[in-house]
Design a protein around this ligand. Structure first.
Ligand SMILES: Cc1cc2nc3c(=O)[nH]c(=O)nc-3n(C[C@H](O)[C@H](O)[C@H](O)COP(=O)(O)O)c2cc1C
Length: 363
């Protein structure tokens, strides 16, 4: 595949049908800047286009239904207006020479009645409350005990993912990524800390992986496997997550995913986390390109690619604060300091005003 015997971040790579010019992936990042009706705005198009020198951009999570929303001002992918808003984003990224996948999202229990349609309870595999507060339009509030989904409701959520996948196609994306990470609905089904079901969606690892399997099949039917990625976070405890045997659970899930010929597997497992790491095991199990993520910088990313630990590396905060991250890495230039106060919500500040090397040089 590569003529260079030791690939690095700047060695082109093939992902699905695409020849990517480098192996930097912009990690999906919720920025809570969608407009009325959870619609993507022109400001969002500017933000993503600024980062188009990534080999691949993965958009922030985009909920597949009003029920799938957990936070204020996150963009949806279920209405015509949202498709139109996203179309401006994909056009801007493509005009700048980039590639962009949409991250399909359902938050499950990580929501609040104030964020839910008709003020209902958030839904989940089981009625187990996550700990801690959550941001709502009215400020921080404690999370509630969710309502366990009825077995016959689950197919409807699978259909919502399929509808989101079709809408993403109309919006001009290059592919879609399933958000199976960070304690949201797919992850809630996968792990036994949040899934205590006794029907065909709970209990054995085969049953816990059934929801992921059905959603993947539905989305692959729309896009073909080669333009669908899946994101997992096997060791993450964020959003009150736990599993009694992550190697078994995620090893099974990844082997199951092999049947779809996916564009990639995206594993979020921060460097410096618990040992032994699960990523090498999933690398072994998965047949296809692997994106690694979590705390990487230029040198650790190059080392991971050279050692074959992953094929591409996703950068979150570094991309948020450095629109020209690829150029900065290529030149070993210093990075901007991220402003955490403007990560979630707000306007242009901390969003589209981080300087590039070029604008910093001109200033
Ligand atoms: C502001 C912010 C928003 C995020 N939103 C998402 C999201 O929508 N979907 C997702 O899968 N991960 C999300 N993440 C996690 C990142 O994709 C990534 O896994 C994390 O930042 C670790 O990578 P890094 O060390 O390169 O920043 C978010 C992270 C940040 C900082």
């Amino acid at each position: 595949m590569d003529s260079d015997p030791t690939p690095n971040l700047f060695t082109p790579v093939r992902v699905g049908p695409y020849n990517l010019r480098n192996r930097l992936v912009m990690a999906p990042m919720t920025r809570n800047r969608a407009g009325e009706g959870n619609t993507p705005t022109p400001l969002m198009a500017r933000y993503y286009a600024q980062r188009a020198t990534a080999g691949l951009i993965v958009s922030e999570g985009s909920q597949v239904s009003p029920q799938g929303a957990g936070y204020p001002n996150t963009p949806g992918i279920y209405s015509d207006a949202q498709v139109e808003g996203w179309r401006a984003v994909t056009d801007a990224v493509h005009a700048a020479g980039g590639r962009i996948f949409l991250q399909l999202w359902h938050v499950g229990r990580i929501s609040h009645p104030d964020t839910q349609p008709d003020g209902g309870l958030p839904v989940a595999p089981s009625a187990i409350a996550p700990e801690g507060p959550i941001i709502t339009a009215g400020g921080m509030q404690p999370m509630v005990t969710p309502r366990a989904l009825e077995t016959d409701e689950i197919k409807g959520i699978v259909a919502d993912f399929a509808r989101g996948a079709r809408a993403a196609y109309r919006a001009g994306f290059d592919g879609v990524e399933l958000h199976g990470a960070n304690g949201y609905l797919i992850d809630q089904f996968l792990r036994d800390g949040s899934n205590h079901r006794t029907d065909e969606y709970g209990g054995s690892v085969e049953n816990r992986a059934r929801f992921l399997d059905e959603v993947t099949a539905a989305v692959v039917e729309v896009w073909g496997g080669h333009r669908v990625g899946v994101r997992l976070s096997p060791m993450g405890s964020y959003n009150s997550m736990s599993d009694s045997d992550p190697a078994e659970t995620f090893g099974y899930a990844v082997r199951m995913l092999n049947r779809y010929g996916l564009a990639y597997l995206h594993v979020a497992e921060p460097l410096g986390g618990p040992e032994p790491r699960i990523t090498p095991l999933l690398r072994e199990a998965f047949r296809g390109p692997l994106i690694v993520n979590g705390g990487y910088g230029r040198d650790t990313a190059d080392a991971a690619i050279a050692a074959g630990e992953g094929d591409l590396v996703a950068f979150g905060v570094p991309f948020l604060a450095n629109p020209d991250l690829a150029e900065r890495f290529a030149e070993a230039a210093p990075l901007n300091t991220p402003d955490r106060d403007t990560f979630y919500g707000g306007g242009e500040r901390g969003y589209v005003d981080y300087p590039t090397l070029q604008t910093a040089g001109a200033a």
